[in-house]
Structure formats: structure tokens, C-alpha cells
Design a protein around this ligand. Structure first.
Ligand code: ADP
Length: 607
């Protein structure tokens, strides 16, 4: 029986079988229905609209906010023999004309368009004169006004259903909360769309959260000990920090580049292109970098500042290991981060309820950092999913000890209360800890705080220990950053039962475990030693071809495909056809070259 979806998957893309919901989604769209797809990064969203666009008559129109990446998307499809093009503001007039002509002549399977371009009269008229297979709205969470990727032009996309009520629409995102999902359905008028919500688990990513002390040194240790020569992304909160950190890494011999909105468009495009094309580049960036960066072999994502929400954090860490190979998500955070983010929220000009939402998001993020249970469990719980302990996060691999911190908490809360009575003064966490530890600093003496009853009651716990207690009390919402005042600390309602001795508090004990590599994430090490020479030869061949075609290496073949060839040593085109990632077009284009590589390496090993 004919099965066009499976045949397209195998012949064009070279894969054996569908993953997860792919088949159901494809069938829904092929039959003309709408779909709302929530799938984690790396889940395989692109095939969900590319295959229906190939099967249905007409051109699939893909709306994507990522102009800088359209070229790569089109190159990757062209390599597969798919007829794809894009329309955006970077094109010359003559190219635009040619794309428009090809569309009208029915010569395109897929056409990528930026939303602002789509909504112009010229573009809408063009579409009205051609045949449309479907509309795919990629990065659909851009309609969400509360999200960090909000694009006002996305709000206009509901017009598509008015103008083309019979063309199926598929909206896709890797942003997972039910709130965002409802917002997308609402704003894009996808009320009747079938919703496909995949598991958001990314089992190949190892999550680790550490206490920040000397963060640049900690980051360098991570790179040197576990990810030398790997591609990675380091996220920072500010542009200045991006610049400092990138310069530091370069001094330490890492091939690092900066990326933030303050750099010129040209520098940004250049750095992004080097990150995609060269192997082993570390991109140090603000969250301005990354949406849709479809580089499958990013081996680590490091956050050296606390992200503002779990949603953002999960999306950013999701950029690691899209190829399914082991990858690391590493976050370093400290008390200062919490205070700084609270201040940023209270200083912002946003409306009251928006600020409240931001505060809640930050609280959840803190909860994740301070949890004593499985990180993945807490992450997925945020998205409404429940799983067993994952065995691939720091708390599962090295379970933290807990201790009864009730008395310590009472001491700290009393000190906060005493200082709060002197409100109007700005006393930070450092001063509070000095009082608890009985340090007669100038500031302590200036305010006569050595005479407070809490002075010196906490000598048994060191500075680091107190900071940990403080962070956990913030995470539990027993303490709050007093945003009305000067970012100092205040008690919440939840402090009362603790102070009265009615509630016991168990805390996580900080262990200063040196970063140890429990597994190596390098693709290379997963190739058995006897297959290494062929694997290396294949990578060199791939580099040369990618350079010649001016595309990133992974567009030619990904590491997993090369590894399979190196291990199985196919002897003819039929053997090669069975390797995952080799479809009809690539077999024809590269089959002979690949077989020659296999034969050459075999011959030289016999000599
Ligand atoms: P997303 O857009 O959801 O982040 P992609 O569409 O980029 O994910 O897919 C991630 C990777 O998985 C790509 O390299 C893609 O070719 C591959 N992939 C997708 N579907 C399959 C499948 N059914 N079998 C094998 N590989 C697949």
C-alpha cells in the first residue's frame, strides 16, 4: 500500500521511521486540518510541515522570524533535493523577482517568509496568485506578549485564516507551558486545531547547577575538563558581561566569540555564521542569541547568570545536543543574582501584573536551583509532566545531603526583622551575615549593631553556609527582596510559623564537589578506536565539501551519520542506503565519495 509520508521520510530525508507524534501531525496537516505542535528543541518539528508541503499540491509557506537563518534552512533543503527558497529584506531585487516567478510557476515546495514581509500587500497579492499547500508558523510563541521573544507582527497572522480559510495551518513551538499554548491558540485563531504536545524531556542533556564562587574559573574548568574543542553557548545577563567573558575565554585559549544586541548586525551575522560553520566555537551571548539556531552538535550550554524564568532556561539549554548525543546544561548561580534580578524587575517600567508574573517566574527558577530532588523532575513538573528520577542530573548523580536548618533560619529571620525595623537604611546580605557571625566591621560599629541580641549567634556557620541558607529562604518565599526599599531583605507571611517554631525547615547542604566528568559528551569518543581513522577521514572530507558548497558541515551530514558509516563500513550503494541520514539525493551526490573514503582507509590500514 502506498504510504507517501513514510516514502518521503525515507527517500528525501533518509530516515527509517517517524519519531513521536510526527506521523500523526503530518497526517492531520496532509488531510487539510490545522495543528498546534509543542515539541522540545531537537524533537523534529521541521519534518512536520516539510513532509506535508511535499505531499500536498502547491507550496508550503513557512513563516519564521529568523531572517539570518533562512539561507541555511534553504541550503539544507536544497542538499536534500527539495525545491526551497526564501523572501526577505536581505535579497537583491533580481533574486526576489526570481523567487516570485518560481512560486507562481509552481516550482517551489517550500517558501520561507519573515512575518513582516508576509503581511505586505505585495506579498499577500503574490500568495493569492499562486497555490498554497499550507502555512507553517514557526516559533509560534512569538505571539506571546509576556514571553521574551515577543514579535508584534505575529499578532497579525490571524489574518491568514480570514483570507485563506481552506489552507491548513500548523503552528510550532518549543515553549511548553499551558499558558503559552492557550495564548497561541487564541491569538492565531487556532481554536479548532488539533494539539500535539510531546514529552519535553531531553534525556541526553545532563543538567547541573552549581554555586557560583569564581565563575569564570568555574566555567573554564568545565570547558577544559569536559568540553575541550566542543561547540558551546555561554549565556550571560548583560552585554558587558558577554564582552568580558568572551575576552577572558580567548585569553585562556578558547575559540570564543561574543554576541549581543549592542553589536552591529554585520558582526552578529559574522559571529553566528562562524559558530555554525566552524567546529568548536564557543558563543558567549545574551539571550538575543539562539532562537532557531539549528546547530545540532552544540555540546554544552552554560549559564553564568541566573536566567529569569524556567521557560527561558529550558529553551536555552534545549539548544544543546539536538543531535541526541550526550550534552551538558550547566548553570552557576549565587545570592547576588537573586537580588539583582529582583531589582531589575522592580525597577522595570512594566505594568504591575507583568512584574508580578516575572516575580513568580523567578521564584520557580530559584526553586529549581535549590531543589534537593531530581532537577529534570522539577523542570518537567513546571511543564506539567511527571517522571521518575532521571539519573542524568547532578542531584541524581550526587544526591545532596540535607540538614535541619530550622534554628539557623530563626536566627537569620530575627536578624532580618531587627534590621527591618531600621528601614530606610540599606543593609545588604553581607552586613546581615557579618552580624550573625559576630564581625565587628566599621559598618556594624557605625550602626551599633554589635549590641543587637542576634550579634554573633551564627558563628558556627561560615559565610558560604549563611549565603546558602539565605538563598534557600528566598527560594521558599520565607524571605523576599524588599523591592519597595533598596533591594534589602524582608520577611513574608511564611516567616511567622518558622519564627514561632511551628515549622521545621530542611535545607540542602552545599557540597563543593569539583567538576568531575561522569561521561564525556564528545561525539568522537563514541566511535570505537578501530573506526576512528575512517571517522576522521570522513570528517575531513565533509569539511572540504562544506567549504566548497559554503554551508555548515552538518548540512552535508551530521556526526551520527558519519559515525555509522565509520562503524559499518558500507561496501556499496545499497549498504549506504541503509545508513540513517542518507536519502536518494545525498546518495547520488555523495555515495561514490563516501565509498571511496571507506576503501582508501581500508587500503591504508592493510599496508
Ligand atoms: P526541532 O525543529 O524540533 O528543534 P529539527 O526539526 O531540527 O528539530 O530536528 C532535529 C534533528 O532530528 C534534525 O537533525 C532532524 O533531521 C532529525 N530528525 C527529525 N526527525 C527524524 C526522524 N524521524 N528520524 C531521524 N532523525 C530525525
Amino acid at each position: 500500500m502506498s504510504d507517501p509520508a513514510l516514502e518521503t521520510l525515507q527517500n528525501v530525508f533518509g530516515y527509517d521511521a517517524f519519531r513521536g507524534d510526527q506521523r500523526a501531525i503530518i497526517e492531520q496537516v496532509v488531510s487539510g486540518g490545522d495543528a498546534l505542535v509543542l515539541m522540545p528543541t531537537g524533537g523534529g518539528k521541521s519534518l512536520c510541515y516539510q513532509i506535508p508541503a511535499l505531499i500536498r499540491p502547491g507550496t508550503g509557506i513557512v513563516i519564521s522570524p529568523l531572517i539570518a537563518l533562512m539561507q541555511d534552512q534553504v541550503d539544507a533543503l536544497t542538499e536534500l533535493g527539495v525545491r526551497a527558497a526564501y523572501l526577505n529584506s536581505t535579497q537583491e531585487w533580481s533574486q526576489t523577482r526570481e523567487v516570485e516567478r518560481a512560486f507562481l510557476a509552481g516550482e517551489l515546495d517550500l517558501l520561507y517568509v519573515a512575518p513582516e514581509r508576509l503581511m505586505t500587500d505585495r506579498c499577500l497579492d503574490l500568495l493569492a496568485r499562486g497555490r498554497i499547500a499550507l502555512f507553517a508558523i514557526d516559533e509560534a510563541h512569538c505571539v506571546s506578549q509576556w514571553g521574551h521573544d515577543f514579535r508584534p507582527e505575529y499578532l497579525k497572522l490571524s489574518y491568514l485564516v480570514e483570507r485563506w480559510p481552506d489552507v491548513p495551518r500548523i503552528a510550532l513551538t518549543a515553549t511548553a507551558t499551558a499558558e503559552t499554548r492557550h495564548e497561541i491558540a487564541e491569538r492565531l485563531s487556532l481554536h479548532h486545531a488539533e494539539q500535539f504536545v510531546s514529552s519535553f524531556d531531553r534525556p541526553n542533556i545532563c543538567y547541573r547547577i552549581v554555586e557560583k564562587n569564581d565563575v569564570r574559573r568555574q566555567l573554564m574548568a568545565l570547558i577544559r575538563d569536559e568540553h575541550e574543542g566542543d561547540s558551546g553557548i555561554v549565556y550571560c545577563l548583560s552585554r558587558a558581561r558577554v564582552e568580558d567573558t568572551a575576552a577572558y575565554l580567548v585569553r585562556e585559549g578558547v575559540n570564543a566569540l561574543p554576541y549581543h544586541a549592542g553589536l552591529s548586525a554585520e558582526v552578529r551575522a559574522q559571529n553566528q555564521s562562524r559558530f555554525l560553520r566552524e567546529e568548536g566555537v564557543v558563543m558567549v551571548a545574551t539571550i538575543a542569541f539562539g532562537m532557531g539556531v539549528n546547530k545540532p552538535d552544540v555540546r554544552f550550554v552554560a549559564h553564568i547568570d541566573l536566567p529569569k524564568s524556567i521557560e527561558g532556561y529550558y529553551q536555552e539549554t534545549g539548544r544543546a545536543g539536538r543531535d541526541g548525543e550526550p550534552a551538558t546544561a550547566w548553570l552557576a548561580y549565587g545570592l547576588q543574582d537573586v537580588v539583582q534580578l529582583h531589582r531589575m524587575i522592580s525597577d522595570s517600567q512594566a505594568e504591575e501584573n507583568h512584574r508580578r508574573t516575572q516575580g513568580r517566574q523567578l521564584d520557580s527558577m530559584l526553586g529549581l536551583c535549590e531543589t534537593v530532588s531530581c532537577r529534570r523532575q522539577s523542570l518537567l513538573a513546571y511543564f506539567g509532566e511527571s517522571i521518575h528520577n532521571c539519573q542524568n542530573c547532578d542531584t541524581c548523580m550526587t544526591p545532596p545531603e540535607s540538614w535541619d536548618g530550622t534554628v539557623a533560619a530563626q536566627k537569620l529571620l530575627s536578624a532580618v526583622y531587627r534590621l527591618w525595623r531600621e528601614r530606610g537604611q540599606r543593609f545588604g546580605a553581607g552586613h546581615l551575615i557579618d552580624i550573625l557571625r559576630g564581625k565587628e566591621t566599621d559598618r556594624v560599629k557605625e550602626y551599633g549593631h554589635q549590641s543587637l541580641s542576634v550579634f554573633g549567634v551564627g558563628v558556627a556557620i561560615n559565610d558560604q553556609g549563611w549565603r546558602s541558607v539565605l538563598r534557600q529562604l528566598l527560594a521558599l518565599n520565607v524571605l523576599a527582596v524588599d523591592t519597595q526599599g533598596y533591594g534589602t531583605l524582608g520577611l513574608t507571611e511564611k516567616a511567622r510559623p518558622v519564627l514561632k517554631g511551628e515549622q521545621q525547615l530542611m535545607f540542602r547542604r552545599e557540597t563543593t564537589i569539583a567538576s568531575k566528568s561522569t561521561r564525556s559528551s564528545k561525539a568522537v569518543t563514541q566511535v570505537p578506536p578501530e573506526a576512528q581513522p575512517l571517522f576522521q577521514a570522513l570528517r575531513e572530507w565533509r569539511s572540504a565539501v562544506a567549504k566548497e558548497h559554503e554551508v555548515p558541515a552538518f548540512i552535508i551530514f551530521n556526526d551520527a551519520t558519519l559515525r555509522q558509516i565509520a562503524i559499518e563500513q558500507p561496501q556499496d550503494l545499497d549498504d549506504l542506503r541503509c545508513i540513517s541520514g542518507i536519502g536518494v539525493r545525498k546518495l547520488k551526490a555523495y555515495g561514490d565519495d563516501l565509498l571511496a573514503c571507506v576503501a582508501n582507509v581500508a587500503a591504508s590500514s592493510v599496508e
